[in-house]
Design a protein around this ligand. Structure first.
Ligand code: UT7
Length: 325
């Protein structure tokens, strides 16, 4: 018995922040951001806005499309590093808002690889027979962790949430395999200390620079390309699938150049790659499920297609899931 994504959903904060908006208070330019990253715009939380509510909205939308109620779920697994509380978990907050009391709910902390990790955990638990219907969410608000005076990181991140409903099913559709990797020795390429205030762009409160996101961009870039290529090849090989038969890669949207380089190294044409970084920036664990939801909505994924999800992020963590849609 395997697991299959039967519906997806997404939700974003209300406020869109364009590169031109950033140009007004930061020494940056639309031209630099677009050419170096592919980002044109991102959505950021405003003070008073709740990421848990946004993630619940994405979850409700996925449940509705699946024709299911929260009460039909057996578990909620959330990829996030943005919970406002150390505990309770973000998953428990979503569980309460959905009204799905008593079912297990827990977070998976793998930064930008959070959704890929959470999907793998959900699939394994379902194969083991523990759950039959699982809500998997990716949600992050890294804009609240940046130092807004650091142009090297502040322009990159956006906030949001994506969700997928998985149902256990016999047959050869669904999750064909997942592969997860981590390398803690590279922790300092992308990190953020846990304490400190959260500062939204519109608030007077500013996160202390020492506690803000730190990134060694160029080093991370190289590892991200190599690791996502390798893990995608390996997951396909294990599933007995030729990489050239993959119909669409829906990867973590950290940088348009990374996504294109991974596709190139995999020998896949650019039309087999889904890109929406231009509108959302890097939404961390939310980026893969938001992209997946849009790809489905736009008809880029059809029944029977082979879909590769891949991601790399702080930890370092990386991984891939191969799906037969
Ligand atoms: O989500 C987890 C995974 N994330 C990643 O894998 C991210 C990987 N890294 C990257 O995507 C890229 O390294 C960045 C987008 C972060 C940076 O792009 P880059 O081409 O590697 O730029 P750089 O850091 O080497 O900086 C080049 C120049 C520098 O100027 P100097 O020192 O050469 O004079 C920077 O100061 O670009 C400058 N720069 C900027 N200029 C205008 C850096 N950020 C900006 C900016 N606006 N926002």
């Amino acid at each position: 018995m395997g697991s299959r994504i039967v519906a997806t959903g997404r939700a974003l904060p209300r406020t869109a922040v364009s590169n031109q908006d950033l140009e007004r208070f930061m020494d940056t330019s639309d031209e630099w951001i677009r050419t170096r990253t592919g980002i044109g715009c991102r959505y950021t939380l405003r003070s008073g806005e709740s990421l848990a509510e946004i993630a619940t909205q994405a979850s409700r939308s996925a449940l509705e499309r699946a024709g299911m109620k929260a009460g039909d779920l057996d578990a909620i697994i959330v990829g996030t590093v943005s919970s406002e509380y150390t505990f309770p978990s973000f998953a428990c907050q979503i569980q309460t808002q959905l009204g799905a009391d008593f079912i297990p709910a827990f977070d998976v902390a793998a930064a930008c690889s959070g959704f890929v990790y959470a999907l793998s955990v959900a699939d394994s638990s379902m194969r083991a027979g523990d759950f039959r219907r699982v809500l998997v969410v990716g949600a992050d608000a890294l804009s609240t962790f940046v130092d807004w005076t650091d142009r090297r990181t502040a322009v990159l991140f956006g906030d949001g949430a994506g969700a997928a409903v998985l149902v256990s099913e016999p047959g050869n559709r669904g999750v064909l395999g997942s592969l997860l990797r981590a390398s803690g020795k590279h922790w300092d390429l992308l990190s953020c200390r846990a304490p400190g205030v959260r500062g939204t762009l519109d608030s007077e409160v500013r996160r202390d620079a020492d506690d803000a996101i730190k990134m060694k961009g160029p080093e991370l870039f190289k590892i991200a390309v190599k690791s996502m290529e390798e893990v995608s090849r390996q997951v396909a090989e294990r599933a007995g699938v030729k990489i050239e038969d993959v119909n669409l890669v829906v990867g973590h949207q950290a940088n348009r150049r990374i996504i294109s380089a991974v596709a190139e190294r995999l020998g896949l044409p650019q039309e087999k790659v889904f890109i929406n970084i231009d509108r959302y920036g890097n939404t961390s664990a939310a980026s893969v499920p938001i992209a997946l939801d849009e790809a489905v909505e736009q008809g880029r994924i059809r029944e029977g297609d082979l879909v590769m999800l891949n991601a790399c992020g702080g930890g370092l963590t990386w991984g891939a899931n191969l799906l037969r849609w």
